[in-house]
Ligand binder design. Structure first.
Ligand SMILES: Cc1cc2nc3c(=O)[nH]c(=O)nc-3n(C[C@H](O)[C@H](O)[C@H](O)COP(=O)(O)O)c2cc1C
Length: 434
């Protein structure tokens, strides 16, 4: 039944989109909004309306990546992208639907910044409105969850994640499937799933961007995880400094509950799972899982020695699965496309892609996603466009306070885990490495 509702919603959405000849998308993630994207969106919508162009859809979407050049706008797909757009450009953009691209503000999308990326986690970001569940459903959203609960057994889902080779993106790189199977096997009437969205590392905005741009993807990943491990309650621990992400998450939770995709009897089955949000006050240490759990419990956010690991005894002493935002964001595509597809991307020991936030003294500041195994030099020079003013590349800070710097001499080493982990060797974040 629920499957039919999803398919019908997706069909209806696609039909509305197909009716339109043109689509203009404006990035409405935090970075572009901070330099005027909302005014640009309104101005373009007005000009398109004034021109009587009912054949054109104007929509705010998620991050388009090249934050250095915001506000960013695309017309009829990512190939025609405009950079540093102002309200004054709105008339020209509306007119371009007949006259051809506005070369004056056009952004070259044939550069390595765009061409060297491979998007799984960020696949929807530049094309869906994060505030509409219908947009997510039209992009195959919630198919993974409904397939899981209607057609597959929990152990089968755990096995798929094990075979995918996905490792946690929160820093420790612990094999996700192994963690899930430990929680699934742990006895107890009550189990929890926690999404770690604390993201305290200075300059990092991967998790914030994922939540701002595609919140349903994270909710779906958490719900699939809950089904796999036998949990019925979930929490997203997110820092209060991320108001836009919090706003969009709250909206997404309400929308998913309304459609029966979260809450009681998901998709008409016996499986129930609810998600609540807990705001962190910005203490870096609260990103560490035991401190985070203490903080949710209302205690001082202070790490505790392990064992016991959260998988055995976590939130309120119950078995708890805790994963990072980006880890959960990988789940739906793995279930939809299969473990073999995912395991073919990346390196022998580290599968899939990694999202990076490029910040500081680099030309192309922004949000990127690249296959595991890429080198730091390729990120800095090919995708990042090098150092401003031709200055020398000396080092990169890859982690937060518990991380450190990677000198330029190590820039050829393939990256096989998340940025923070390059330096955070002390973070045996979950248990003995597999
Ligand atoms: C000091 C410290 C800070 C941490 N901060 C974060 C954080 O902000 N986000 C995160 O996902 N993991 C953080 N971690 C790692 C978590 O303890 C935990 O390993 C992670 O959330 C597990 O998710 P994963 O298996 O999906 O990587 C931190 C660890 C330490 C030691």
């Amino acid at each position: 039944m629920m499957r039919d509702v999803l398919l019908k919603t997706a069909e209806a959405e696609r039909a509305v989109k197909d009716e339109k000849k043109h689509s203009i998308r404006i990035c409405t993630a935090a970075s572009c909004l901070s330099c005027g994207a909302e005014k640009v969106r309104k101005a373009i919508a007005e000009k398109v309306k004034a021109a009587g162009r009912e054949d054109t859809a104007v929509a705010g979407v998620g991050c388009m990546g090249l934050c250095a050049k915001g506000p960013l706008v695309t017309v009829d797909g990512p190939e025609t992208m405009y950079a540093e757009v102002t309200e004054e450009d709105a008339a020209d953009i509306a007119a371009s639907l007949d006259n051809g691209p506005v070369e004056r503000i056009r952004c070259d999308t044939t550069t390595p910044f765009f061409q060297r990326q491979e998007k799984i986690v960020l696949e929807n970001c530049d094309r869906i409105n994060p505030e509409r569940i219908e947009d997510y459903i039209a992009a195959d959203g919630y198919l993974a969850l409904t397939t899981a609960v209607l057609e597959r057994q929990p152990f089968d889902i755990v096995d798929e994640i094990v075979r995918s080779g996905l490792r946690g993106r929160g820093g420790g790189g612990y094999p996700t499937g192994l963690k899930w199977s430990t929680v699934a096997k742990a006895p107890g009437p009550m189990k929890y799933v926690i999404c770690n969205a604390d993201e305290g590392d200075p300059g990092a905005f991967m998790d914030r961007s994922i939540l701002e741009c595609d919140p349903h993807r994270v909710l779906e990943g958490m719900a699939v995880a809950a089904y796999a491990v036998g949990a019925s309650e979930g929490y997203i621990y997110i820092r209060a400094e991320y108001p836009l992400a919090v706003k969009r998450l709250k909206l997404a939770i309400r929308q998913a509950e309304k459609m029966g995709l979260l809450g009681k009897n998901i998709a008409g089955t016996d499986f129930s799972f609810s998600i609540d949000i807990r705001l962190g006050a910005g203490a870096f240490v609260c990103g560490e899982e035991t401190a985070l759990i203490a903080s949710i419990e209302g205690q001082r956010g202070q790490p505790m020695p392990r064992p016991p690991y959260p998988a055995e005894s976590g939130l309120w002493d119950s078995p708890t699965l805790i994963n990072n935002v980006e880890t959960f964001a990988n789940i739906a595509p793995i279930i939809r496309k299969g473990a073999d597809w995912y395991a073919a991307i990346g390196t022998e020991t580290s599968k899939g892609t990694k999202v990076f936030a490029l910040a500081g003294r680099i030309n192309n500041t922004g949000l990127i996603e690249v296959p595991m195994g890429i080198t730091l030099r390729e990120i800095v020079y090919d995708i990042g466009g090098g150092i401003p003013d031709g200055k020398a590349f000396k080092a990169v800070q890859t982690g937060g306070p518990s991380g450190g710097c990677v000198p330029a001499s190590l820039a050829e080493t393939p990256i096989i885990r998340s940025t923070t982990n390059l330096c955070r060797s002390s973070d045996r974040s979950w248990g003995p490495a597999a």
